[in-house]
Every structure is written in structure tokens, then in C-alpha cells.
Design a protein around this ligand. Structure first.
Ligand SMILES: *[C@@H]1O[C@H](CO)[C@@H](O)[C@H](O)[C@H]1NC(C)=O
Ligand SMILES: *[C@@H]1O[C@H](CO)[C@@H](O)[C@H](O)[C@H]1NC(C)=O
Ligand SMILES: *[C@@H]1O[C@H](CO)[C@@H](O)[C@H](O)[C@H]1NC(C)=O
Ligand SMILES: *[C@@H]1O[C@H](CO)[C@@H](O)[C@H](O)[C@H]1NC(C)=O
Ligand SMILES: *[C@@H]1O[C@H](CO)[C@@H](O)[C@H](O)[C@H]1NC(C)=O
Length: 477
């Protein structure tokens, strides 16, 4: 009883404390004013983007209070409202959308408390009206700005301003799907608070600055779909927080640096569609957190056997297609039990296909086509049925499947049957008629392969001989 009383008392005290605190805050904020300069700067900055027709003081007399603007957030500093987030572009129905004659108003830089600034689908006419990112004034946002984003602005052209390097509190810099060109400024490498750097799908060229390797808090680095060239920086070994690294679709050359093996937390590495050569880097096998490894379409060369694939036991997707790889398919790949996608197609792989691949529990695609794999495929028809065309083994001229294991209609696409001894001919005829539901294609191929023939002309011939024999047999009776 005493306990209960005590509890209800403390709850009461807590309630009073809890209710009073935010109430005071609210009272304060309700009445809090916005400095006229801040308000005018907001109106003028927005007007530059959405057009002269937009009269902020008419439409939104109290932008941080009772007439909020979609895409604008405010916060209190020393009893006054200031704009902290500004987001331009058609995100919601009633968002601020950009005008044809969009421009950066210098009033933007009067908003000294901006934490987040974002432009989506705003600068869209690269031909009629290309716009560049302002090259100066960014230093005034150095203390406040944490997130800067330009996304899907094809009309945003020119280079990344070197002055972005002054935004020392930036945690996220996203410049994705714009028309930006030129070389990447070294100065970006000084933004040591960056967690995310996304420069994908622009027209950046030249080398990746070594300074980027200093971004040791970076979690996501995406510079895919540009025209970056030169070697991968060895300094990337310093990006030891990195979770995702995507440099695909560039013209990067040379060997993957040994230092990439330091990226112990990396879950995605995509270097596909580049010019990387010099064989697979041994240290890749130290990337023990890796879930997706995509290195396809590079003239890499060398042996696929050179790595201990079983070390990367978290792998769910492994794409090593079209890399001029040689040698046999390592059995160790079959130990990657989480594998869903395996692409080894269009290489120069030789030898047999490990039987164990069929026992990967979650696998939904295995592409081995376009190699020089040999021997007999001995997977079950259950496996071929489950995979369909997502088991690609065609284009291996010396590969065949053993018919004994495969029902009609389940044959792996584009793989011929193994030649078998004529002795087995009769048993196959029997099993064929037992199944009885094979389509005519399979019927033909069943009888030919067992005689060791292939091709349409020979099929007919066999059929003709069969008929002839039956006739002769009957006649002689
Ligand atoms: C907005 O409208 C007010 C009156 O409604 C007018 O005084 C002011 O000049 C207008 N501002 C702009 C920038 O057009
Ligand atoms: C790697 O991930 C682990 C577990 O999430 C974390 O504790 C560690 O700090 C990370 N390492 C780095 C360098 O960020
Ligand atoms: C294979 O990779 C090379 C680069 O090594 C590339 O030029 C070619 O287009 C790729 N082939 C396919 C089919 O993607
Ligand atoms: C297979 O997939 C299921 C469902 O996504 C998952 O729970 C399971 O852990 C996976 N198996 C392996 C061996 O990764
Ligand atoms: C494929 O391998 C066979 C031997 O297994 C060899 O005779 C043939 O030349 C190879 N073909 C190609 C295109 O490398």
C-alpha cells in the first residue's frame, strides 16, 4: 500500500514535470518571432527557384508558425525562428516546384542556420537553361550544413565547387543524377564527418583524388556511372567504416589494390563495367562482411581458383561474369550457403561443374554459360525444373547432361545430351514411353542422343530406319 502511494506520488510529480516543461517551451515558441531579414531571405530564395509569381509574404505570412511551407522546417535559436531545412522540388503534391527560369538567389546564403538543403528534379533543361552550382558563399553555411543534396537535376551542369570542401560539418553529400562534369575536387576529401558521399550518374572524369581515402567515417560511397579513369586509390584502404562501395560503370583501370582487404565492414563492393586488370586481388578474400561482390565486365584475367571463397561466408550475390577468368570452378563456392545469385558466365572457365552447386539452399540463379566447361552435368530434373533458364549452361561446347536423371521437358537449356552407348537404347525407349508426356522436341532428342546422333536430319534418318525395320519385320512374318 505504502509502495503504491509512493508510486502514484512519483507519477504525479513526473506528470507535472513532464507537462510543464514542454508547455513553457510551446508558449515561448508560439509567440516566438522570426527576424524580418530571415523571413525575407527565405521568401526571396524560394522565389528564385519557383518563379516570380510566388509571393511568400502573401501566401505564407508566418512560415515557421501557423502557415508552414511544405519543404521548409524551422528551429528556435535564442528565442527566434530560423530556417533549418529547405527542400525544393516535387516530392509531395504541394511541394515547391521549380520554374523554367530557375536560378540560385544569393539570398539562400543569408539562411545561416540551414542544416539540410535539397534540390530534387529542379534544374531540368540542360539545353535551354543550364545552371551551375554557385561557386562561392558556401563558407557561411560551414557551421550549420549537415546535408546537401542535388538529385535528378539534368540541367545542373558545371563542376563541383571547390568551396564544398569548406562545409566541414557535412555528413551527407548527394550529387546524384545531375549533369555535373569535370574532375572531382581534392577538397571533398577534407569533409571528414561525411557518412554518405553519392556522386553517381554525372559526367565526372579524371582520377579519383587520393584525399578521398581520408573519409574514415564514410559508410556509403557511390561514384558509379561516371567517366572516372586512372587507378583505384590505395588510400581507400583507410575507409574502414565503409559498408557500401560502388564504383561501377566508369573507366577505372589497373589492379584492385591490396589495401581493399582492410574494408572489414564492407557489405557491397561493385566494381563492374570498368577496365580493371591484373587478376583477382588475393586480399579480397579478407572482406569477411561482404554480401554482394560484383566485378563483372572487366578484363581482369587470372584464375578464379586463386581465392579462398569460403572465407566470404556472408555472400548472397557473386557476379564474376565476363572477366576473362580461367581455370576450374572452385568447390569452395558451393560452401557459400547464403548464395542467391552466382554469375560466372562469359569467361574461359574449364573443367567440370561442381555437383555441390545444386545443394545451395537459397540459390535462384546460376549462370555458367559462355565458358569451356566440360564433362557431364549430373543435376536432377528437380533442380533443372526449379531453375529453368536461370540455370545457364549453354555455350559450353564440350558440356552435356546425362539423360538418365532428367525427365522430358526438364533438360537444361542449350546443353546437349551426353552420348551414350547403343546398348542403353532399349531401356531409354522404355522409360520414354512410360513417361509418355514428353513433347515432340524431347521425344526426338531422346532417341537421337541415345544413339549418339544429333541434329534434325539424323533424327529423321533414325525414324526412317525404325519404320523400315518394323516393315521388314512384319513382311518377313
Ligand atoms: C507580395 O504581395 C504584397 C501585397 O499583397 C506586395 O506588397 C508585395 O510587393 C508582393 N511581393 C512580391 C515580391 O511580389
Ligand atoms: C564495423 O562494424 C562493427 C559491428 O557493426 C562495429 O562495431 C565497428 O565499429 C565497425 N568498424 C568500423 C571501423 O567502423
Ligand atoms: C565484357 O567486358 C568487356 C570489358 O572487359 C566489355 O567491353 C564487353 O562489352 C563486355 N561484354 C558484355 C557482353 O557485357
Ligand atoms: C535462406 O533464405 C532464408 C529466407 O530469406 C533465410 O532465413 C536463411 O537464413 C537463408 N539460408 C542461408 C543458408 O543463408
Ligand atoms: C576447350 O577445352 C578443350 C579441352 O577440354 C580444348 O580442346 C578446346 O581447345 C577448348 N576450347 C577453347 C575455345 O578454349
Amino acid at each position: 500500500m505504502k509502495k503504491l502511494k509512493y508510486m502514484s506520488f512519483s507519477i504525479l510529480v513526473l506528470c507535472i514535470f513532464y507537462l510543464s516543461a514542454p508547455c513553457n517551451g510551446e508558449d515561448e515558441s508560439l509567440g516566438a518571432p522570426m527576424k524580418r531579414t530571415e523571413q525575407e531571405a527565405l521568401y526571396s530564395a524560394i522565389q528564385g527557384f519557383v518563379g516570380k509569381w510566388w509571393n511568400g509574404s502573401d501566401l505564407y505570412p508566418d512560415p515557421c508558425g501557423w502557415t508552414p511551407i511544405q519543404g521548409v522546417s524551422c528551429d528556435l535559436f535564442d528565442g527566434f525562428w530560423y530556417v533549418t531545412d529547405l527542400s525544393i522540388g516535387p516530392v509531395h503534391d504541394n511541394s515547391l516546384s521549380c520554374a523554367q527560369n530557375v536560378e540560385f538567389s544569393s539570398h539562400l546564403f543569408a539562411l545561416r542556420h540551414l542544416r539540410s538543403l535539397s534540390f530534387f528534379n529542379c534544374f531540368v533543361s540542360p539545353n535551354q537553361r543550364p545552371v551551375s552550382v554557385p561557386s562561392t558563399n558556401w563558407e557561411v553555411l560551414a557551421e550549420s550544413l549537415e546535408s546537401l543534396e542535388f538529385r535528378s537535376n539534368p540541367g545542373l551542369t558545371g563542376e563541383i565547387p571547390v568551396a564544398f570542401g569548406l562545409l566541414r560539418n557535412l555528413q551527407s553529400l548527394v550529387l546524384m543524377e545531375n549533369g555535373l562534369t569535370g574532375e572531382l575536387p581534392e577538397s571533398i576529401g577534407t569533409l571528414i564527418n561525411l557518412r554518405r558521399l553519392n556522386l553517381a550518374a554525372n559526367a565526372f572524369k579524371g582520377r579519383i583524388p587520393d584525399s578521398f581515402g581520408g573519409l574514415n567515417r564514410l559508410l556509403i560511397l557511390d561514384m558509379s556511372r561516371n567517366s572516372l579513369s586512372g587507378f583505384l586509390p590505395m588510400t581507400f584502404g583507410g575507409l574502414n567504416s565503409l559498408l557500401k562501395l560502388d564504383l561501377s560503370n566508369n573507366q577505372l583501370a589497373g589492379k584492385i589494390p591490396l589495401e581493399f582487404g582492410n574494408l572489414k565492414n564492407l557489405t557491397l563492393l561493385d566494381l563492374s563495367n570498368n577496365r580493371l586488370s591484373g587478376a583477382l586481388t588475393q586480399s579480397l578474400q579478407e572482406l569477411s562482411s561482404l554480401q554482394e561482390l560484383v566485378l563483372s565486365n572487366n578484363p581482369t584475367g587470372g584464375e578464379i581458383m586463386s581465392l579462398e571463397w569460403q572465407n566470404m561466408r556472408g555472400l548472397t550475390a557473386l557476379d564474376l561474369s565476363n572477366m576473362s577468368l580461367t581455370g576450374g570452378i572452385p568447390e569452395s563456392i558451393a560452401e557459400l550457403k547464403g548464395l542467391r545469385f552466382l554469375g560466372l558466365n562469359d569467361n574461359q572457365l574449364t573443367g567440370n561443374i561442381p555437383q555441390k552447386l545444386a545443394s545451395l539452399p537459397n540459390v535462384s540463379a546460376i549462370y555458367l554459360h559462355g565458358n569451356n566447361l566440360t564433362g557431364e552435368l549430373k543435376f536432377s530434373d528437380w533442380f533443372y525444373g526449379k531453375m529453368g533458364r536461370r540455370f545457364g549452361a549453354w555455350g559450353n561446347p564440350n558440356l552435356c547432361y546425362s539423360i538418365g536423371l532428367v525427365r522430358a521437358g526438364y533438360a537444361p537449356f542449350g546443353v546437349k545430351q551426353c552420348e551414350e552407348k547403343v546398348m542403353k537404347y532399349e531401356t531409354h525407349l522404355i522409360s520414354k514411353s512410360k513417361l509418355g508426356n514428353g513433347n515432340s522436341d524431347n521425344h526426338d532428342s531422346t532417341s537421337t542422343a541415345s544413339l549418339g546422333f544429333k541434329g534434325c536430319g539424323l533424327n529423321r534418318l533414325v525414324w526412317f530406319v525404325e519404320v523400315l525395320m518394323v516393315l521388314v519385320f512384319n513382311f518377313s512374318l
